[in-house]
Design a protein around this ligand. Sequence first.
Ligand code: DOR
Ligand code: ZN
Length: 399
Amino acid sequence: MSVSGIYGRVLYRGRIVETGVEFENGRITKINKRVKGKKLRGLILPAAIDVHVHFRDFEEKHKETIESGSLSAIHGGVCLVVDQPNCKPMVDSAVRYFRRMERASKLYCDYSLNLALTNSNWRKIGKILREVGKRYFVPAVGEVFLEHSSPELQVRYDVLERVSRIHLLTVHAEDPEMVDNCSPNFKCRPEKAETLAVEKCIKILGRGHFCHISTVEAAKLISNTSFTCEVTPHHLLLSTRDYGRLGEFVNVNPPLRKKPLLEHLNSFDVIASDHAPHTPEEKKDGAPGFPGVETTYPLLVSLIKDGVVGIGAVEMLTSKPAGIFGFDKFGYGSIEVNNLANFAVFDLSREERISARRLHSICGWTPYEGFKAVFPSEVWLRGEPVVPGDVAVGRKLEI
Ligand code: DOR
Ligand code: ZN
């Protein structure tokens, strides 16, 4: 039985307090000043949960694998990810779900996987969920694409209506009628496509979660309902003005908008990266998506350091996603007695400039080149320091 502890400035129940945290077999047993543990420099925050990543693998190993994605995640202070099933092959059956979970054998952070909904598999979705659910915790059905360049991934509104009660749905809300394909894509994917899709989904579904909302109007519509939503770091920090800097790398769905959303941070529930790696060659061909799992928390901590956002924003990467997706039951999301001893430690005096060369994604580029960030100096998973050190002790969320 291993017992140990840490001591320092800990984010505990919304405030930074100087205290000790003791843990045993990976779970926190005590939080108080008398706990004697390894003294850590900097802020000891809960490690993050990124509920929206695309870790590719299989036929897309050249841009990311589950292993490389999880390595990137842990270096960004992320202890748990939710991978999306729009990979090749897509995860639309129990057999494919199990195959992808088996592929996730070398993990640096903990790993969970959503199940795809399509116009073809919706009649079986309840049965698939029951079968997969005997072994794994499935965070959600999603991300559900109302519009996608691959027709087999695009889901009709009437299909959504039929499955809305089965499980939590996470929706990529852009109305197919209002979206065209062009580059730069912000010229043909208008804001209205998002607000219209959000309006329709709210009426049809009754409950659910919206992925990467990119407009203030849609966030307002959602805030009057029981639905929850994500915002990405790129929609918070970037805008169409970054086209000059990013050039043909600018495409992402939903697209960058005229203004960054940072001043509206409080209108959203969760920050999620929508880590969607493509190689520079693919980006030059117009592929939509930005990598982000490793830079999201470091960018946020830099904003906290500069006083641009408050420490409360950390909840959007920790306790909020834990509550919405049910990860709190497993002990993720906050530094509390009985929870997992998962910490990301940030030394605010070690701010640096982001450089793709030092990131761990295979895709080899970042839209945040040169941005200020505070990367975690240490990351602890279940009571063990895993960064620095790159220890592959991540687990799958088994039932
Ligand atoms: O830009 C995007 N890329 N948006 C998505 O919703 C999917 C993602 C991808 O998988 O590349
Ligand atoms: Zn998406």
